[in-house]
Design a protein around this ligand. Structure first.
Ligand SMILES: Cc1cc2nc3c(=O)[nH]c(=O)nc-3n(C[C@H](O)[C@H](O)[C@H](O)COP(=O)(O)O)c2cc1C
Length: 148
């Protein structure tokens, strides 16, 4: 929900460009099912991806001119205390070296410290700002964070 709120009512007025990181299989966009998200199932898509830290699920690469953005905002649900590995695919697909990247997340209760540490360690050439947990955040909270 937070991502929809961000895209429609916050990004547009602030002249931010929303982009969805979509998984890809062959040449088609892949829909993620409830079964894929079952963290108790050792054979589910999310479990397999998160157990293998080198997994890089394919994405639809549709950001044409990544170099022209000053600040990149990345949003995701916390999976196993950090970002889903598809977010690594996104970051590595575009590089973002020397860019400022801010990220936000939703979770079932975990904070964003795991993702903070992981991003700093994995991508030191990016200027990371501390991540923000936006569980149940209001429009104003999100706007204030973006303008901060
Ligand atoms: C595979 C998987 C792993 C998850 N791991 C965590 C976790 O480590 N900590 C946590 O607080 N929530 C965890 N969650 C819960 C999600 O972060 C939460 O459902 C999501 O942020 C809710 O987003 P939504 O309101 O947009 O649906 C996990 C969910 C899934 C599917």
């Amino acid at each position: 929900m937070i991502t929809v709120l961000l895209s429609v009512s916050i990004c547009m007025p602030l002249n931010l460009i929303p982009l969805r990181v979509a998984p890809r299989r062959a040449s088609t966009t892949l829909m993620i099912s409830e079964a894929d998200l079952d963290w108790r199932d050792k054979t589910s898509r999310s479990t397999i991806e998160m157990r293998d830290k080198s997994s890089r699920p394919a994405i639809v690469k549709d950001l044409k001119d990544a170099g022209s953005y000053d600040i990149i905002y990345i949003g995701f649900p916390v999976w196993w205390y950090t970002a889903p590995t598809i977010i690594n695919t996104f970051i590595e697909a575009y590089g973002f070296e020397g860019k400022t990247v801010r990220f936000f997340a939703t979770s079932g209760g975990s904070d964003v410290s795991g993702a903070d540490k992981q991003f700093q360690a994995q991508y030191p050439a990016i200027n990371w700002k501390p991540g923000k947990l936006l569980n149940g955040a209001s429009k104003k909270t999100i706007e204030d964070w973006i303008k901060d």
